[in-house]
Design a protein around this ligand. Structure first.
Ligand SMILES: [Zn+2]
Length: 209
């Protein structure tokens, strides 16, 4: 795995992090430029509800859920996140993008994506880092049972590592790249719910190159 392969790019006045694993392109858009990115790339977005529902764009007209899948490689898919983790998955015939917060992970969205994709590689975008993601005990309890490596205790407070949980579900071997920046610690790049952004979201966009 190579942490350095996400590259900060500026194209047509639009700034974003980009990772290319040909023929697929993953983007994670940066702050104020994202509306411009959406105009240029026009991704399909969902009404996200922190569920484990993955919408098959080729068969399902519903646009409510937290994951998108297509075998039509002309399509562009998007997920909106504030501190949650966007995960980009792909194989020779399909691509899938999922929204992983603590609810979605416990609901099994990553395991479901793994079953659907069967063989795949995957890339992690940026999310809130484990040092910044303190969670309450009701959340901690279930993670301690199901994803013990994702929970850290510090002075009686509990912190959650979303990436560790997703890697447990999807496997370390298939992980190709990780945009290893905390959304809360990097206001120059990202919106962050925990930092106070209530409306604005970071856009994760996936397409075939
Ligand atoms: Zn942080």
């Amino acid at each position: 795995m190579d942490n350095t392969n996400w590259i900060l790019k500026k194209v047509s006045g639009c700034t974003y992090f980009e990772f290319i694993d040909a023929p697929y392109t993953m983007k994670f858009s940066v702050g104020a430029d994202q509306e411009r990115c959406v105009k240029i790339y026009s991704p399909t977005f969902l009404k996200q509800i922190h569920s484990a529902t993955i919408i098959d764009l080729d068969e399902d007209d519903s646009r409510i859920g937290d994951g998108l899948l297509t075998r039509d490689l002309k399509k562009t898919m998007g997920i909106k996140v504030a501190d949650c983790l966007p995960v980009y998955m792909y194989n020779n015939t399909a691509m899938c993008i999922i929204h992983c917060g603590w609810r979605g992970i416990l609901g099994g969205i990553a395991r479901k994506a793994r079953r659907i994709m069967r063989t795949y590689r995957y890339v992690l975008g940026a999310c809130i880092g484990p040092e910044c993601y303190e969670v309450k005990q009701d959340v901690t309890g279930r993670f301690t049972e199901e994803y013990p490596a994702a929970v850290k205790e510090h002075d009686g407070c509990y912190f959650l590592d979303l990436k560790k949980a997703v890697i447990q579900d999807l496997g370390q071997a298939a992980l190709i790249a990780d945009l290893d920046l905390c959304t809360k610690c990097h206001p120059e790049f990202f919106f962050s719910y925990r930092r106070g952004d209530r409306e604005k979201r970071n856009y994760a966009i996936m397409s075939r190159t």
